[in-house]
Design a protein around this ligand. Structure first.
Ligand code: ADP
Ligand code: GLC
Length: 490
């Protein structure tokens, strides 16, 4: 056996942990396939052969060479295994498109790569070819699962191909990224002119890769049940709400899990000190080490408010500077690790300069520090305006760092507010606020800081979160049930 009788899934993604990551999609792309394989689902992951990916792989084999796939010359399809797991990778090797250093989507100046449409159309097209009965491989997926706009054209290519053999799922990780390009690319990208219509790929006068996926896929999933509801309406539907509401019977929200091998404070190799819910001394030591590393006053009694995030409007962190001075007086310390919009980076750098010893800002992407902030902070901040799922609020609950979150998307689905009732019945794991304003955030953080002073209650909230099961096991079972339902034709 073990996979000969199983469902075969081709999982298409533009990024994957630990090879190349810009956000949570990379984590999901590694952990969900691994969890599905534990459930005997035969998942293979298709992604571009970026140099950073290729540099970390061993034993890469040539599977086949593709011609006539919409680009000049040959495209090689390579095969390898994801390091640290048995997840098979299929790599689209086309140096002209993918052999560039740095971010997969933007150049060093922060501009989208000018040929992103062609780059991700190729990824989508290879995915569709492998889901066709004339695929050059012996392995034929039952379902191709597309993730975000970068593989959004796969369901369209499948729909228009002569012999599609796989069903398509379009998984939305973030509806704000839609992959919109000039409509004039429709024919050059190999789609029939008729596909550019309101019942097709057209989105406000442009060609949208995501809209294509949402329209042509057999089923749509997103990464939490609450987000699945929110995107059927304004404002979080970002213009797709009509289509999504129309397809609500084909739309399922499944909350992400987290990789508990990577994110477990008892075994985490990136921590200076490890701990568990019975013995939290390592957390206190990690806090001291964090204060020392970042030049903060080394004081165990001052609560640290931690942030690890992309610095974008979505994440709501622009609300923090206006209330920072009230929080620091409490007293509290603030630690920020992130990168993104230049204006937010500057704002947080200035905040740190103006409050030495109380605020530390680190701009950049730093995996090790992100683990140490999750562990060394006392409260984690995630005031996202919207959040399809969010991973950090789950990491922080596991690390005994109750999160302060806006009641949206996956944050609403994974954090239990510390109301008096929830504290009494042992379910409270964090702090949830309804109105994403400076006032709403300020009030919620103060509520958390007040309870932090009541250490016995705080300990209970911490251990409620630490004992919750956020592993992928449950989500993988839900995906498996969905795959079975799709293959039965509902
Ligand atoms: P999103 O995908 O919208 O950015 P998620 O919460 O789903 O949000 O996932 C973000 C992931 O990226 C988490 O694993 C988080 O720890 C990580 N991350 C974000 N910014 C940084 C950073 N500056 N350094 C290290 N890790 C980061
Ligand atoms: C996106 C979302 C985030 C989600 C992640 C993985 O980046 O912004 O909320 O957790 O995808 O699904």
């Amino acid at each position: 056996m073990p996979f000969s009788q199983s469902i075969k899934i081709l999982f298409i993604t533009p990024e994957i942990t630990p090879l190349l990551k810009t956000g949570g999609l990379a984590d999901v792309s590694a952990a969900l396939p691994a969890a599905l394989r534990e459930h005997k689902v035969d998942v293979r992951v298709l992604l571009p052969a970026y140099p950073r990916v290729m540099g970390s792989l061993k034993n890469v084999r040539l599977l086949t060479t593709l011609t006539n796939i919409g680009v000049h010359g040959e495209v090689k399809l390579l095969e390898a295994e994801l390091p640290g797991s048995d997840v098979p990778l299929l790599l689209v090797n086309y140096p002209l498109f993918y052999e560039r250093e740095g971010n997969p989507y933007i150049d060093a100046d922060g501009q989208d790569w000018a040929d992103n449409a062609q780059r991700f159309a190729l990824l989508s097209r290879v995915g569709a070819l492998l889901g066709n009965s004339n695929s050059p491989l012996d392995w034929h997926p039952d379902i191709v699962q597309c993730n975000d706009w970068q593989s959004g054209l796969t369901p369209a290519y499948l729909h228009f191909s002569p012999a599609p053999s796989a069903a398509a799922i379009m998984t939305i990780h973030n509806l704000a990224f839609q992959g919109t390009f000039p409509a004039s690319l429709t024919t050059p990208l190999g789609l029939p002119a008729s596909s550019y219509s309101i019942n097709g790929t057209e989105y406000y006068g442009q060609l949208s890769f995501l809209k294509a996926g949402l329209f042509y896929a057999n089923h749509i999933t997103t990464v939490s049940p609450t987000y699945a509801e929110e995107i059927q309406q304004e404002p979080l539907g970002f213009g797709m709400q009509g289509l999504l509401a129309h397809r609500y019977m084909d739309l399922t929200g499944i909350v992400n899990g987290i990789d508990v091998n990577e994110w477990n404070p008892a075994t985490d190799k990136l921590l200076t000190h490890r701990y568990n819910s019975n013995d939290m001394s390592g957390k206190a030591a990690g806090k001291r080490a964090l204060q020392n590393r970042l030049g903060l006053e080394e004081n165990p009694d001052i609560p640290i408010l931690g942030v690890v995030s992309r610095l974008t409007h979505q994440k709501g962190l622009d609300l923090l500077p206006a209330i920072a001075s009230f929080l620091l007086e409490y007293p509290a310390q603030i630690v920020i690790l992130g990168s993104g919009e230049a204006s937010l980076e500057t704002t947080f750098q200035l905040l740190a300069q103006n409050h030495p010893g109380q605020v530390a800002t680190v701009i950049g992407f730093n995996e090790e520090l992100s683990h140490q902030i999750e562990a060394g902070s006392d409260i984690f901040l995630m005031p996202s305006r919207f959040e399809p799922c969010g991973l950090n609020q789950m990491y922080s609950q596991c690390y005994g760092t109750p999160p302060v979150v806006h009641s949206t998307g996956g944050l609403a689905d994974t954090v239990v507010d510390s109301t008096p009732e929830n504290i009494a019945n042992g379910t409270a794991t964090g702090f949830v606020f309804r109105h994403v304003t400076t006032h709403g955030l300020n009030e919620c953080i103060h509520r958390a800081l007040d309870i932090y002073r009541d250490q016995p209650t705080w300990r209970k909230i911490q251990s409620n979160g630490m004992l919750r099961d956020f592993s992928w096991n449950r989500s993988a079972e839900e995906y498996l049930a969905l795959y079975e339902m799709i293959l039965k034709g509902y």
